[in-house]
Design a protein around this ligand. Structure first.
Ligand code: SME
Length: 138
């Protein structure tokens, strides 16, 4: 629908802006819960294309956040056993859930090619972005 197109355009613009403006954000994308299914589907993103367009709940960093409802900051992806690698350039990752009416409906996922780049400032900033995103979702 036109509604969904316009929302996706906004989400795409957010990805572009974040990747351009923050040097340690190298892949920026949204994953959303697929209806009532326990899986995430890739939405708008910027960065290298990924094969992981569908991620089951529990799998990888993203899948774990779908279950925990908590931020997940990974300073060193090589130290994680439940991790889905998309690119060998990636050193670190941050995933922040998006809540609508208290329900975890998706997340923003950011990969960094810099080791251990994410601070509490990134967490607070991305929580703010996710709260704004929640207000435009259909
Ligand atoms: N690394 C993620 C998979 C998605 S990619 O980063 C685009 C994970 O472990 O869930």
């Amino acid at each position: 629908s036109e509604d969904q197109k316009s929302v996706n355009d906004h989400l795409q613009n957010i990805c572009v802006l974040l990747e351009k403006r923050v040097p340690h954000y190298n892949w920026v994308g949204f994953y959303f819960r697929n209806g009532k299914k326990e899986e995430l589907v890739l939405g708008p993103y910027v960065g290298a294309p990924t094969d992981h367009t569908v991620i089951p709940f529990g799998k990888g960093i993203c899948g774990q956040v779908a279950v925990s409802n908590k931020n997940f900051v990974v300073p060193d992806v090589s130290a994680q056993d439940n991790y889905i690698a998309c690119s060998i350039a990636v050193k670190a990752e941050i995933v922040i859930p998006i809540f609508v009416n208290g329900e975890n409906i998706g997340q923003i996922d950011i990969d960094s090619n810099t080791p251990d780049p994410f601070t509490q400032e990134d967490e607070r900033f991305l929580e703010f972005v996710c709260a704004k995103v929640a207000t435009i979702l259909p």
